[in-house]
Write a protein that binds this ligand. Structure first.
Ligand SMILES: *[C@@H]1O[C@H](CO)[C@@H](O)[C@H](O)[C@H]1NC(C)=O
Ligand SMILES: *[C@@H]1O[C@H](CO)[C@@H](O)[C@H](O)[C@H]1NC(C)=O
Ligand SMILES: *[C@@H]1O[C@H](CO)[C@@H](O)[C@H](O)[C@H]1NC(C)=O
Ligand SMILES: *[C@@H]1O[C@H](CO)[C@@H](O)[C@H](O)[C@H]1NC(C)=O
Ligand SMILES: *[C@@H]1O[C@H](CO)[C@@H](O)[C@H](O)[C@H]1NC(C)=O
Ligand SMILES: *[C@@H]1O[C@H](CO)[C@@H](O)[C@H](O)[C@H]1NC(C)=O
Ligand SMILES: *[C@@H]1O[C@H](CO)[C@@H](O)[C@H](O)[C@H]1NC(C)=O
Length: 286
């Protein structure tokens, strides 16, 4: 009886993390540090300074992943641009929000190479002095991670559910009404007019951009990958970081990024994205 009790106590301590291995803490720390950098103003520093502002040790130079419903990202630059470049800045349309808090609500790591997490990124308004105002909404991201020998992220497969429901609350308007679509198109076209200049110009001014985008499908944020407006609404944010790469994605052709893709291909092409046999990337001991 006593033996059974002590055995179950031992199991309890193992499962409940009385003594998690160092790599478990290391992996949790890495994931928390990554999400902390989506919080304003940490994201603002990376958006304005680029790669040098990303602390070392978070992403391998070959970090590669898929983020549904946004796209696939190859290499360090692509990866940090996705994680930090798309995190909202308190600018533009009301209610002027940004992420103010990254709470990891679920985390497991059964071996040094692999972990899974769920984060809630809470968005609040930002006051003029940069202090946190009232809560607006939250974004959820579920991710599987693979780490290199040093504990930096090498591969990730992440999912943001309900981007469609998050966005109107965050932006303060419904992007799917006629007025909301018009506001969105003018927002994209106005921003690219500031960031896609000189050699990176992709439209003959704002009117040309508005006319071109008004002729495309609007798209839906829960399936943002396509030759549509919502894809450009996401990629235009990245033109602040690397206009020479991202302006083409916002332009009339979509630059091989905002193009129509086959659902059957791009959401199941793990072997292409991760370079491993299907099912082995995020599995301990595989
Ligand atoms: C993440 O940010 C919170 C709030 O600023 C801080 O308390 C925590 O130490 C940070 N965690 C890591 C791993 O940087
Ligand atoms: C990244 O990939 C290249 C090409 O496969 C390789 O030479 C390099 O060592 C890799 N870098 C790291 C840090 O693993
Ligand atoms: C962060 O967000 C969580 C969940 O949304 C909340 O419980 C917690 O109080 C917040 N912490 C801070 C410091 O705002
Ligand atoms: C708020 O943070 C941004 C981004 O770091 C910075 O540019 C700005 O000066 C800050 N504003 C105040 C009032 O501190
Ligand atoms: C579309 O939005 C622009 C900019 O916000 C505005 O000037 C224009 O009147 C709007 N057009 C319609 C039809 O609502
Ligand atoms: C634009 O491209 C031309 C030709 O490639 C190059 O000579 C020029 O330096 C570029 N200008 C800028 C501002 O990048
Ligand atoms: C920005 O828009 C204005 C007005 O449409 C236009 O004159 C200008 O050429 C545009 N600049 C770029 C780089 O598209």
């Amino acid at each position: 009886m006593l033996a059974v009790l002590s055995l179950s106590l031992a199991a309890h301590f193992l499962l409940c993390g009385a003594a998690q291995p160092d790599w478990y803490k290391r992996n949790l720390d890495t994931v928390q540090r990554i999400y902390n950098l989506t919080v304003y103003p940490a994201n603002a520093k990376i958006i304005s300074e680029g790669a040098p502002a990303v602390p070392p040790g978070l992403f391998n130079e070959n970090a590669t992943g898929r983020v549904t419903p946004v796209g696939e990202f190859f290499g360090f630059q692509d990866s940090f641009e996705y994680f930090f470049g798309l995190a909202p800045l308190p600018q533009g349309s009301p209610p002027n929000g940004a992420f103010t808090n990254a709470t990891i609500v679920e985390f497991v790591s059964g071996c040094p190479e692999v972990a899974a997490s769920t984060v809630y990124l809470s968005a609040s308004t930002i006051n003029p002095d940069n202090s946190t105002g009232p809560f607006i909404t939250a974004l959820k991201e579920i991710a599987f991670w693979r780490f290199d020998d040093e504990g930096a992220v090498l591969k990730y497969d992440a999912w943001i559910p309900n981007l469609d429901a998050f966005t109107p609350i965050m932006h303060g308007f419904d992007q799917y009404t006629l007025q909301g679509m018009n506001t969105t198109i003018h927002g994209v076209c106005g921003l690219q007019n500031q960031t896609c200049v000189g050699n990176n110009t992709v439209y003959d001014g704002v009117d040309d951009c508005v006319q071109t985008l008004a002729g495309k499908p609007f798209g839906r944020l829960d399936e943002a990958w396509g030759d549509n407006v919502v894809c450009r609404m996401i990629h235009v944010l990245l033109t602040k970081l690397r206009p020479e790469v991202h302006c083409a994605h916002v332009g009339p052709t979509g630059g091989r990024k905002c193009i129509d893709v086959e659902y059957n291909d791009v959401f199941f092409n793990d072997e292409f994205v991760f370079g491993d046999p299907l099912g082995s990337t995020f599995t301990c001991g595989a």
